[in-house]
Design a protein around this ligand. Structure first.
Ligand code: ASP
Ligand code: MG
Length: 463
């Protein structure tokens, strides 16, 4: 089998990169490309460093550079013991480069999107170096790469770059395939790529998953494994619902819906490159590798007892409603309304309008709500319309492909919620029918979540 395996920052806790080697020992007869993300928290710190440098905080930067150096040396020592001199040299080169970039920003007092990406990419660069060296110390053949070196060529949309797949396929095959033939494990730093001119870019936060699936597409891998610290994708947050179960299989579509909901199992764009080639993605637990995890694939093979597979509770949101008889039949009203929200630079998470046209409700993130409300008040305050902002709400989203074309799911859903004594304030369903979301009072959120979990997940055998 040909695998691309991505190890997240959480996979590299106490035992350092040794755990990656332990896992790879079980795949000795397979061909494996490894993708690593930065150590936990490092990317955040690198981004903070650019802000400090921009403000001219020289002392902070000095301490920071020392800290970055020490953190990575310590993990390297925990993983390998005494560091070989070639590794010392490569790590020092990274230290020096990071120092130069941050000093550049310090002097200019300006951090462009381009320099931000350059700085942010260092976490994965260190990580790939140390992971690869650890593999070598354990008797594997291995070679480290940055994303750009491996062939992940992107456009120059810094911070959110998109791979140019035609070029990527060609370059990645040239660099990676000969190594696999030679039983060498390429270790690629995730998250970053490079433009055709060699300028470093990043694929967006959490982008190492995306790096893994881009590489899988390029080399026509049989499977991608995302190693993290959970057994897979669960039916609900186990911290909220103790009866939550791991789902053995879900479809690409369901997974995308969940990623967008912020289930955090996967980078939202990460599935694009594998869907095209129908390459399955498995989420597995580094600390419990025997568990089969969750397989994300085109169509599930096992029968399920439920049409709803995952139920999420979404907090820190507000609902804004505009209402008034004057809205009825007012052409262009919705356009005006949403234009104003865009002006507030806010995403809209949910939308609902009744057929009477006398009100529109939207849900936005709490952090954007005040600004949106203000701008809307300015625009509509003098008209015969009322604007309401509710900040004591939360949303519940039910995801499952079985809902598509199955009558009665909504009825069951709202009956379960009503039986729990919870009032529903707003409902939205996309025409994909993969997801029904609704808003309830914040105090009722957990009650509704548990009632739905009982109805759709725990009552096995019911359809
Ligand atoms: N290190 C990057 C981030 O924190 C990418 C990743 O972890 O996937 O966003
Ligand atoms: Mg991640």
């Amino acid at each position: 089998m040909k695998y691309v395996m991505k190890f997240g920052g959480t996979s590299v806790k106490d035992a350092g990169y040794q755990r990656i080697c332990d896992i790879l020992s079980n795949y000795r007869s397979d061909k494996v490309v490894v993708v690593v993300s930065a150590l936990k928290g490092i990317t955040d710190k690198l981004l903070e460093a650019t802000r400090k440098a921009e403000r001219g905080d020289e002392k902070w930067i000095k301490d920071f550079l020392k800290e970055v150096k020490e953190t990575h040396r310590e993990v390297a020592r925990n993983s390998i013991g005494t560091l070989p001199s070639w590794l010392e040299e490569r790590l020092e080169k990274a230290d020096e480069e990071l120092k130069h970039v941050l000093h550049g920003i310090l002097y200019l007092r300006e951090a462009t999107a381009r320099s931000l990406d350059y700085v942010a990419s260092f976490g994965e660069r260190y990580s790939a170096e140390i992971a690869s060296a650890t593999l070598i110390s354990r008797g594997f053949k291995s070679k480290p790469f940055t994303g750009g070196e491996a062939g992940i060529i992107t456009n120059s949309r810094f911070g959110q770059a998109t791979p140019i797949m035609e070029i990527v396929r060609k370059k990645v095959r040239e660099t990676i395939l000969p190594l696999l033939e030679d039983n060498t494990i390429p270790v690629v730093g995730g998250f970053a790529g490079a433009t055709e001119e060699g300028i470093i870019t990043t694929l967006g936060r959490g982008g190492s998953d995306y790096s893994a699936t881009i590489l899988a597409n390029a080399i026509d891998a049989d499977e991608v494994i995302i190693w993290s610290d959970v057994n897979g994708i669960m039916s609900a947050d186990p911290k909220l619902v103790s009866e939550a179960v791991t789902l053995p299989e879900i479809t690409y579509e369901e997974a995308m819906e969940m990623a967008i909901l912020g289930a955090k199992a996967l980078h939202p764009r990460a599935l694009e490159p594998v869907i095209e080639k129908k390459i399955p993605v498995r989420i597995k637990n580094t600390f419990n590798p025997r568990h089969e995890g969750t397989k994300i694939m085109e169509a599930v093979t096992r029968p399920y007892h439920s049409v709803v597979k995952v139920i999420s509770l979404i907090k820190d949101i507000c609902m804004i409603t505009i209402k008034g008889a004057s809205m009825v039949g007012e052409v262009g009203m919705a356009a005006r309304f949403f234009n104003k929200i865009a002006e507030a630079k806010s995403n809209v998470m949910m939308i609902s309008q009744s057929i009477s046209e006398s009100n529109i409700s939207i849900v936005v993130k709490k952090e954007n709500a005040k600004k949106v409300h203000e701008i809307l008040m300015k625009e509509f305050g003098n008209e015969a319309k009322k604007l309401e902002l509710e900040d004591d709400i939360c949303a519940i989203a039910c995801v499952g492909e079985g809902m598509k074309g199955t009558p009665g799911v909504a009825a069951r859903m709202f009956k379960a919620v009503a039986d729990a004594g919870v009032n529903v304030r707003m409902i939205a369903q996309g025409s994909s029918e993969l997801n029904i979301s609704f808003v309830v009072k914040e105090v009722d959120g957990l009650k509704a979540l548990k009632a739905l979990h009982k109805e759709f997940i725990e009552k096995v055998g019911q359809r």
